[in-house]
Design a protein around this ligand. Structure first.
Ligand code: FMN
Length: 424
């Protein structure tokens, strides 16, 4: 049987994606302060679609009003209809170049959240983060040495507050309603954002979840929140669009969730009807795994973890950070990954897929994390090797000149009735 290649199309449920290369979700903090999409949000994604990325996945979009104040500086929001038109413009800008676009939807940052007014963020338990320089990418540490105090100002980690059961139930419902708004906005799919130590991950982890009620303790209890979010999301959109999930393969911290538990969780999610898994690794406490420092690290960790997790799944799996054609082709041919996604590599070179396809040299990402430092200090990402990053909005070719696609998204006709609100 012939094996799949990087430039072969793939189906995620009924959605055909033209190749196996996705833009990894990145919150590029181009939105307005109150969470609306800007022209730069559109142009940033359109530029990557123009460069050949078959699937564009948005950065985390905050689904609920409770979670909205607790982000780093700025984020896209989708907790009411007013956010839909801006997101629809992003969708059209990507469709214009033939790419599919999924919305990564977040139920919140939990203890990794930072309110501008210092309020404690809602989380499973009152356990603050513990970051250490040893677990932080070298580029960020070098910057902290050069600009002492600057990052410390934005990286303080306040003690969160424990969410009530009523809040948990309401978040599940609000999240499902935001999923329906993704369909209104015309997205081709939804990705539940559950990696990197964010809220769902915090519930899963015995390190950050010390609850004694039905949402804490056993794995069954710790996964209850994520299963409820997923179940309600699937119920809310029916067959209108595929719903995937992003998860960290493991936490890489003492008492953190292990790959053995993650395998049980992803199998349960697949049984519920989740359409694909995009893998990642680590959390804010294990940034060295969240932002691999070399392709060797990706081969030794993410790709190995992908192989192990894939052994229990039938759904497609996307592996990030594989910015090397030979390694990506091998992973796909051997069935370790069905798609790859590029984060920092796509900031460094938006034409990565087209150049690789044409056998041209790509501009290599230095993995120095300068993109992250930009966002951490309240700017937007800057890149050492790509001065165009952040200025895409000044290229008129990136904007559609007329409506792209039908007057209203055809998936709307497939939406089931909305789920009932929780009894609170
Ligand atoms: C500026 C920036 C913002 C990011 N925001 C998100 C996000 O919103 N959601 C998410 O799941 N991952 C986010 N990530 C992580 C990336 O999706 C990716 O997993 C990580 O950068 C490792 O892949 P890479 O080596 O290709 O960069 C972000 C990364 C960067 C650099």
């Amino acid at each position: 049987m012939a094996t799949a290649g990087l430039f072969d199309p793939i189906h995620i449920k009924h959605v055909e994606i033209p190749n196996r290369i996705a833009l990894a979700p990145m919150n590029v903090t181009y939105s307005t302060q109150d969470g609306y999409a800007t022209q730069q949000d559109m142009a940033h994604l359109a530029r990557r679609a123009q460069g050949g990325f078959g699937l564009i996945i948005t950065g985390a979009v905050i689904a609920t009003k409770l979670a909205a104040p607790f982000v780093y500086h700025r984020n896209l929001y989708l907790y009411d209809e007013s956010f839909v038109p801006g997101l629809n413009m992003m969708v059209q800008a990507c469709h214009n170049f033939g790419a599919k676009i999924f919305c990564q939807l977040s139920v919140g940052f939990g203890r990794q959240g930072h309110a501008l007014d210092g309020r404690p963020s809602p989380a499973p338990s009152r356990i603050p983060l513990e970051r250490s320089p040893e677990r932080t990418p070298k580029g960020i540490i070098d910057y902290m040495i050069r600009a002492p105090g600057v990052l410390a100002e934005t990286l303080h980690d306040p003690v969160p507050r424990e969410m009530t059961i009523e809040e948990i139930k309401d978040e599940v419902y609000q999240y499902a309603m935001a999923c329906r708004k993704c369909v209104y906005a015309g997205f081709d799919g939804i990705e539940i954002h559950a990696p990197h130590g964010y809220l769902e991950h915090q519930f899963l982890s015995p390190r950050s979840n010390k609850r004694t009620d039905m949402y804490g303790g056993s794995l069954e209890n710790r996964m209850r929140f994520l299963l409820e979010v997923t179940q309600m999301a699937l119920m809310a959109v029916g067959n209108a669009v595929p719903v995937g999930i992003r998860m960290s393969a493991q936490e890489h911290m003492p008492d953190g969730i292990t790959i053995d538990e993650v395998k049980i969780v992803v199998k349960r999610l697949e049984d519920l009807g989740v359409a694909y898994l995009q893998l990642s690794d680590g959390s804010y406490e294990a940034l060295d795994y969240m932002f691999p420092g070399s392709i060797k690290h990706v081969e030794e960790h993410l790709l190995r973890e992908a192989k192990e997790i894939k052994s229990v799944l039938k759904i497609p799996i996307i592996v990030p950070g594989v910015n090397d054609r030979a390694i990506a082709e091998k992973a796909i041919a051997e069935g370790v990954a069905d798609m790859i996604s590029l984060g920092r590599g796509a900031l460094a070179d938006p034409d990565w897929p087209n150049k690789v396809k044409a056998g041209k040299k790509v501009t290599e990402c230095k993995r120095d994390c300068m993109c992250l430092i930009g966002s951490l200090v309240g700017l937007s990402p800057r890149c050492t090797v790509n001065p165009e990053l952040g200025y895409e909005q000044y290229d008129p070719d990136l904007f559609p000149k007329k409506r792209v696609g039908p007057t209203v998204p055809s998936a709307l006709t497939k939406l089931p009735p909305p789920p009932p609100p929780p009894h609170i």
